[in-house]
Design a protein. Sequence first.
Length: 430
Amino acid sequence: MITTVKADGVQEYAFIDTLKKRAQNSDKNVIPVVSEILENVRENGDKAVREYTVKFDGKAPEHTEITAEEIDNIVKLCDPELLETFRKASDNIADFHRRQVQQSWLTTKTNGVIMGQRVRGLKRVGIYVPGGTAVLPSSVLMNAIPAKLAGVEELIMVTPPQKDGTPNPNIVAAAKLAGVDRMFLMGGAQAVAALAYGTETVPKVDKIVGPGNIFVATAKKLLFGTVDIDMIAGPSEILIIADKTANPKFLAADLMSQAEHDKLASSILLTDSEELAKQTKAELSVQVEKLSRKEIIDSSLGNFGAIIVCSDMKQAVDFANELAPEHLEVCCENPMEYVGKLDNAGSVFLGNYSPEPLGDYFAGPNHVLPTSGTARFFSPLSVDAFIKKSSFIYYTEDALKADAEDVIRFAEAESLTAHANSIKVRFNLD
């Protein structure tokens, strides 16, 4: 079960080192396998994808692209109440991300110079959606809705077929609701390669987003540069900062909500109350017995979980900023006072009634978040991830003439005489 640590400036930071080691997802044994898959798909297209689908998924569908008629029929198989939940979540996600949309702009100066920036959506984006042991319709909504708001022209989704060769109905329903334009039944590194290189049936995309296993993550990493990607996601993480007013039942439940993802997930509680630490540990033992993924939770908490008792809340905040967790809950008497102090976190959940699963599914902010300490410099997935920008400049002859000597001087300081000459020839300067 979970370990309790007394913060002393050494033990808690040794624990961070343990987490960093477990988060290394570039398995040396995986890279050669994935590289071979990528090259095969690049050379042989649909044929290679189909062969890998049979090999890894058990059966290939009769045709890889799901038709509009099939989509409509599949959606009818879904629970109507679940579809309504999808719609409510979609509205919340759209409302939050709509505020991120940027506009093109220009500015003019008194000397006639015009400068500006053009903002537009990417032409085509691919979304990878797991469909095996992890079926994530929420991932469809979180990836597709910001892309559409950004103005992406075409969204292409790939998802593995089920064992019988058919798509998961909930994933298809979420994709239709979110505005996905085309859907293909394929998964794994081969599907990522199909999106990056294009095949006879799958169009080549400009960017690939969405979670996946180590083979998918490695494929995305190796293909970065051929296409853009969102991020390389590591194991899931939650860090909770709690004072003596927090409810240990809530804390235990929230720690396990991330621990159940997989055995490498990390769940940490920071508190200045030894009594709360003891009560939370006791609650974990009680609640875990009722949960379906008990074995995974026990392994995750035992290896990568911790309850860290801090000397005060400042020490807890300092540790949180050092760890830079994916999810950060603040279960304190006045959670809002911590907003300006927590600089490194993917998403922050404030108060006893803002549990992390609320963000995973429904509240609106994106659940695609930086992991493994990368929240120090990465941000959550947003509309910004699906746009590109170009700047533009217009100078009049007089305006350029006024700045000519400065530009020439700068170019010559860098020994770039052709740069300088580009200015000189316009004004017969020697």
